[in-house]
Design a protein around this ligand. Sequence first.
Ligand code: COA
Length: 144
Amino acid sequence: MQCRKIEVGTEEYEAAVRLRNDILRRPLGMQLGDADFERDRRWHHIGCFEGELLVAFLGLEEHDVKTLRMRHVAVLEKKQRRGYGTAIVKFSEEFAKSQGAHLMFLHARDTAVGFYEKRGYVREGDFFLEVSLPHITMTKSLIA
Ligand SMILES: CC(C)(COP(=O)(O)OP(=O)(O)OC[C@H]1O[C@@H](n2cnc3c(N)ncnc32)[C@H](O)[C@@H]1OP(=O)(O)O)[C@@H](O)C(=O)NCCC(=O)NCCS
């Protein structure tokens, strides 16, 4: 497995759009649209690959100079629970540190909170609705 940055406008980016639609949007009867693609231009995009196959994706949005927001975390359905989610989150935390970030935060789906807790993220506040699903803010300090 290899994790690396993906640039908008490449074939890898198109594969990432398909993965995000398949895992995060289509099950909700939704798909990514122009507003998402516009916003994508401002994110860092990270992918993990098995050979040429994109198996995991996430986006990193600069929230402020010391904080990155992790977004659209998705692992190919048939590859879930095999460590790819852990790998891409770890890679992204190292990338974030290399960018000078001190804090990572995200909005976790209720079904994924246990995954993030295993990676050291802590819950902040109460659940709220986003894309029609309960979510909760979670944070992790990136400095010792
Ligand atoms: C949630 C997701 C990113 C996790 O990635 P993954 O590759 O399946 O997870 P890993 O194999 O790295 O799992 C690491 C650990 O977290 C646990 N875990 C994985 N998914 C979990 C979940 N949804 N709830 C609770 N624990 C979970 C695993 O059992 C494993 O535990 P272990 O270390 O004790 O064996 C992935 O399953 C996914 O894409 N799910 C659907 C989309 C989604 O919910 N995205 C997150 C939106 S906020």
